[in-house]
Ligand binder design. Structure first.
Ligand code: ZN
Length: 439
């Protein structure tokens, strides 16, 4: 009788513990792809068979919400670190020093660590520190060092590099696939500069936007074929996402465009400014002029002005040391012109992340993802812990939550779970054995 009970308990514990050890033993690879400026609904009015198939074979979110501020460098760095912008301090696409008035455009910072390495470790480095091999192909932040440590293999996009060459897009996929299959990389991040460029130059409603979405769709089809060709179907998880959406810039005669110098003398009142850059502006008032600047901007139409220490909690910007004391967010579609209208973009971003036009995409497929699952929207900050879970690594401190994405995947365990779960099973067995010994 006691022996039968013992066997029953042993089998029950073994059965309970089995899926844990199986999950812990299978570490699949991860490819993160970002298509810059892919608004959440860009595929709704274009024939996209390959993107549609991603939902059949995997998961899709109705949309995802990028962090404030909705620009390439800050948003990508939130995705790859799981930290809010106020923590990782990549606070604009135009990197700057408000004291020296130095301004460096995003593409000129791609190999300069001082703009990216502010003490927060991105996923590549955290994964490498736990024995994984990682690579970055054009991904924002991938080309610099963090605490002196570089990404194992990083290819950096040069200024002026054409973003829309479909042949090169395919070539880049082939190279990344060989990193996985021939060089045994665990994590690669791959970045494409479209459809952002077309969205800026022509506007999101222009027919050329549909043309570039079709090109992206063909590229996804090519990716699926390449995964099969490299025998990675059962080993590679893929996440496809983006950094922000795009909206049509409002111009005369449709609206009265904002010219900030009408409301305050910028030269006299501000010592530093980044304006004429879409819907998001920053400035440093001259000493003692903060209230005057704030009052003047409060009277300007079609924008909201914030003192840094009064920025809404939901922006997750207020704690930033790099951010200047005054932040301006224009109403959707308005550009913050400083003195003249020199602005040529027909589409832009940088607006409030609650605006539907700023929402962006999320698809995922691979051995650890469910099939045919349409997820409710979530914030892009939660992608980071999901990636750590898929790679079975211990995440660095982050602001995301695994519970938000738990519906998307088949993984039984969270990162760091296997040892703890096995220990619990062992303790349970010891307790039961001691009970049995007393029977
Ligand atoms: Zn852009």
């Amino acid at each position: 009788m006691r022996l039968e009970l013992f066997l029953l308990v042993t089998v029950a514990i073994y059965a309970a513990a089995k899926p844990l050890s199986k999950a812990a033993g299978t570490r699949n690879k991860l490819l993160l792809i970002s298509f810059d400026g892919f608004r959440w609904d860009y595929d709704h009015d274009v024939d996209t068979p390959n993107l549609d198939q991603l939902l059949v074979d995997g998961v899709k979110a109705k949309y995802i919400t990028p962090p404030m501020l909705t620009m390439t460098a800050p948003s990508h760095f939130t995705t790859i670190t799981g930290r809010w912008v106020e923590d990782h301090e990549v606070v604009h696409n135009m990197m700057f020093n408000a004291t020296t008035n130095l301004k460096v455009p995003y593409k000129k910072t791609l190999t300069k660590s001082k703009w990216w390495d502010n003490g927060v470790l991105p996923l590549w480095i955290t994964a490498q520190n736990q024995g994984l091999k990682t690579g970055s192909f054009y991904f924002p932040g991938g080309g610099v060092t963090y605490g002196g440590q570089a990404v194992n293999k990083a290819i950096v996009e040069m200024s002026g590099h054409p973003d829309d060459n479909e042949t090169e897009w395919r070539h880049n996929i082939d190279r990344v696939m060989s990193w996985f299959s021939d060089e045994n990389f665990n994590l690669v991040t791959l970045y494409y500069g479209e459809p952002d460029n077309v969205g800026h130059a022509k506007g999101p409603d222009h027919p050329d936007r549909k043309v570039i979405i079709k090109q992206i769709d063909r590229t996804i089809g090519y990716l699926r074929e390449a995964i099969v060709r490299h025998h990675l179907t059962d080993k590679l998880n893929v996440i496809i996402t983006s950094d922000h959406g795009m909206t049509t810039v409002k111009k005369r005669p449709q609206v009265d465009e904002i010219i900030l110098n009408k409301y305050l003398n910028l030269l006299k009142l501000a010592s530093f400014e980044i304006l004429d850059y879409g819907g998001f502006g920053i400035l440093t008032p001259r000493p003692g002029k903060e209230q005057e600047v704030f009052n003047a901007l409060s009277n300007a139409p079609n924008l909201t002005v914030y003192k840094k220490n009064e920025i809404p909690e939901s922006f997750h910007l207020a704690k930033s040391e790099r951010l200047p004391p005054i932040v301006i967010v224009a109403d959707l579609g308005f550009n913050l012109n400083s003195r003249f209208i020199v602005y040529v973009n027909k589409g832009d971003h940088g607006y409030h992340n609650r605006e539907m036009d700023m929402k962006t995409i999320f698809w995922a497929f691979g051995p650890d993802f469910k099939k045919n699952f349409l997820s409710e929207p979530f914030d892009s900050i939660h992608i980071y812990p999901l990636m750590c879970k898929l790679l079975q690594i211990e995440p660095a401190p982050h602001n995301g939550s695994l519970s938000v994405t738990e519906n998307l995947n088949n993984c039984v365990l969270s990162a760091g779970g296997p040892p703890g779960a096995r220990l619990s099973a062992l303790l349970l067995m010891l307790v039961l054995l001691s009970v049995l010994a007393q029977l």
